[in-house]
Design a protein around this ligand. Sequence first.
Ligand SMILES: Cc1cc2nc3c(=O)[nH]c(=O)nc-3n(C[C@H](O)[C@H](O)[C@H](O)COP(=O)(O)O)c2cc1C
Length: 210
Amino acid sequence: MSNLIEQLNWRYATKRMTGEKIPAEKLQTILEAIRLTASNAGLQPYTIFVISNEELKKEIHQKACPQPQVLESSHLLVFTNKTNISSEYIDEMMQLVSTTRNAPLESLSGFSSSLKNYFGGKTEEEKANLASRDAHIALGTALIAAASELIDAAPMGGFNPTALDEVLNLKEKGLQSTVLLALGYRNQELDLLSKAKKARKPFNELFIKI
Ligand SMILES: Cc1cc2nc3c(=O)[nH]c(=O)nc-3n(C[C@H](O)[C@H](O)[C@H](O)COP(=O)(O)O)c2cc1C
């Protein structure tokens, strides 16, 4: 069995953590994996808050997400997505591509116009939804990266987004909360699921080979 499949079998959505801190280099690897993940047109329409401040974790736990992993994590990642993908934002990202690849901005003008047309025809809600999908891809990458570093992770969609947006002042930043990811170490005594077998559909139900 490949190492990756072993790591993915080892991974589970951890319900209880020990509070122990994860090493800085492992956190950095997980964050770098998120930075390198794919996004629609490479626009990366999200910002990830990396929270280790215990007071802030307490506030999030109290006001927005009463799941124990929030308090017991080493770091709490809050994935947030942009609520608008504006022409100005597309220009900023084209500038980044141009500078990084040392390519003239004009060489990107066709791509840039098609993106502006595409996003220009969407409602604010549709744009936020598209950005949220990208943020979920980043979450998936983070889950795999954490497993590869043998760091436990708890994805959480069960929270009050309005309350969390308020705690982090997201509206004024043009962001909204998408999903949370607690990183840390499993507490095997408290977490019965740490020993549970993975329940997954069999291959022949999940895939259609043509
Ligand atoms: C987007 C998303 C949101 C989730 N939200 C929660 C949550 O709020 N609380 C929780 O305990 N688990 C949550 N989970 C974990 C899933 O329940 C878990 O991944 C699934 O049951 C499969 O189990 P496994 O990941 O342990 O293999 C979430 C997972 C995803 C991908």
